[in-house]
Design a protein around this ligand. Structure first.
Ligand code: GDP
Ligand code: IMO
Ligand code: MG
Length: 428
């Protein structure tokens, strides 16, 4: 032990990459457990900035083993591009371990992601277009291709045939597209398998052994609680379980091995893609947050929707994930505001909700009930202790902590590795 899970507490892009990189200096393994290259995690080290999509953010630390668990959907072409990009910058990726049970994103999944979104029209989800949903749909429909399937030609051909049988009917008859060739797809996947082979391992066994030997494993979540297919704002969600439970199913490690669950939250909220967002700002304050916080997607470059901190979401995240700690990021972005609203509850058709409504129609109708705190003007990026923060800034953090039902153990004051205030250790 210890097994530390780190997840997004809002709608993604909370700064999980930076938090993982920070904790990663003290752990032996960093394992991704969900999602795929729909994630976009930025890590800034000195003058270097890294944008990671599929690789665990811990890969920047040379002393740990990065792992891609069985719960991740792997696009091998993207993986190789990312490895090549990092290796060209002097980051060694040869120690990466990829689960043999992880599902593959094939080119046809990307095609299907795009055509289905187009077909949904005004009902679209606003996906990243990376083939994530179709790859997970195949997994659940039991027609997915797994990493170990790439090493047996006959077996792979059968699987591709089974997977494409129905899809080709759909592509031709419904979407008016050309069918996908089984032989050619099999050949392409076999080639990708050859390059993937050296990284492939029984990652469940490796992680369990490591934990039994007293090593520290950090389970790095992608996406976030409100994008969880079970617990999020369905159907405006991703197709995996980014919540803490996903760390177990997505790596093959039992819940008794998890000792800590860290939620990462911004000091305000952002969202990309479609779906309800009660504290969203459509006025100049929203634009101010977007510019001040550089809120443009790492994966798609889309401008992120911005809004005030939503304590109902954070309380819900504490509950769903069993959070032990919160890392509060981007507090520096709020510097310069006279007053800062915090959403403490919702009003749904005249009824007050202190807790997350389970009915999505109620959530879509939720109007934020705000409480307002005084802001601060001082630059906080040089603060390295909580009591160095301006008094009103300290009060804001304390109020968020109180409303979130979980202690805030670290505070981000800028994008750099050392722009952080540590309040409680995240590791022991
Ligand atoms: P992730 O998807 O959760 O890993 O987050 P992203 O990397 O997509 O977006 C977070 C952005 O905020 C990145 O550009 C980070 O460099 C940046 N960031 C992280 N923490 C802080 C912070 O405390 N202050 C500021 N100003 N930027 C931060
Ligand atoms: P990180 O790890 C923010 C959103 C998409 C879309 C929905 C479904 O950087 O926090 P998908 O392609 O997954 O089927 O799209 O989920 N989404 C994210 N939003 N951050 C992410 O990852 C996201 N990954 C997916 O915008 O609304
Ligand atoms: Mg991101």
């Amino acid at each position: 032990m210890p097994g530390i899970v780190l997840i997004g507490a809002q709608w993604g892009d909370e700064g999980k990459g930076k938090a993982t990189d920070l904790i990663g200096t003290k752990v032996d393994y960093v394992a991704r457990f969900n999602g795929g290259n729909n994630a976009g995690h930025s890590v800034v080290v000195g003058n270097e900035s890294y944008a990671l999509h599929l690789l665990p953010s811990g890969i920047i630390n040379p002393n740990l083993t990065p792992v891609i668990g069985n719960g991740v959907v792997v696009d091998p072409e993207v993986l190789f591009e990312e490895i090549d990009g990092l290796e060209a910058r002097g980051i060694d990726c040869s120690h990466l371990k990829v689960s043999e049970a992880a599902h593959i994103i094939a080119p046809y999944h990307r095609t299907l992601d795009k055509v289905t979104e187009r077909f949904l029209g005004k009902h679209k989800i606003g996906t990243t277009g990376r083939g994530i949903g179709p790859a997970y749909a195949d997994k659940i429909n039991r027609v997915g291709i797994r990493v170990h399937d790439l090493f047996n030609e006959k077996h792979l051909h059968d699987k591709v045939e089974a997977s494409l049988h129905q899809k080709n009917q759909m592509l031709v008859k419904l979407y008016n597209r050309r069918p996908i060739d089984v032989d050619q797809t099999t050949e392409e996947l076999l080639k990708l398998g050859e390059r993937l082979k050296p990284y492939v391992a029984n990652t469940g066994l490796i992680l369990n052994k490591a934990l039994d030997e007293g090593k520290t494993v950090l389970f790095e979540g992608a996406q976030a609680t409100m994008l969880d297919v079970d617990h999020g704002t369905y159907p405006f969600v991703t197709s995996s379980n980014p919540t803490a439970g996903g760390a177990c199913t997505g790596t093959g490690v039992g819940p008794t091995k998890i000792t800590r669950v860290i939620g990462v939250s911004k000091a305000y909220v952002t969202r990309v893609g479609e779906g309800p967002f009660p504290t969203e700002l459509f006025d100049e304050s929203g634009e101010w947050l977007r510019q001040q916080g550089h809120e443009f997607g790492v994966t798609t470059g889309r401008p992120r929707r911005c809004g005030w901190f939503d304590a109902v979401v954070n309380r819900y995240a504490s509950q769903v994930n069993g959070l032990t700690d919160i890392v509060l990021t981007k507090l520096d972005v709020l510097t310069g505001l006279k007053e800062i609203p915090i959403c403490v509850a919702y009003d749904v058709d005249g009824e007050r909700y202190d807790d997350m409504p389970t009915d999505q129609a109620a959530f879509a109708a939720a109007k934020p009930i705000y409480e307002t705190m005084p802001g601060w003007d001082e630059d906080i990026s040089g603060c390295h202790a909580f009591d160095e923060l301006p008094a009103t800034c300290q009060d804001y953090v304390k109020r968020l902590e109180e409303l979130s039902n979980c202690r805030i153990s670290a505070i981000g004051t800028g994008p750099q590795r050392d722009h952080i205030i540590s309040v409680h250790s995240l590791i022991d």
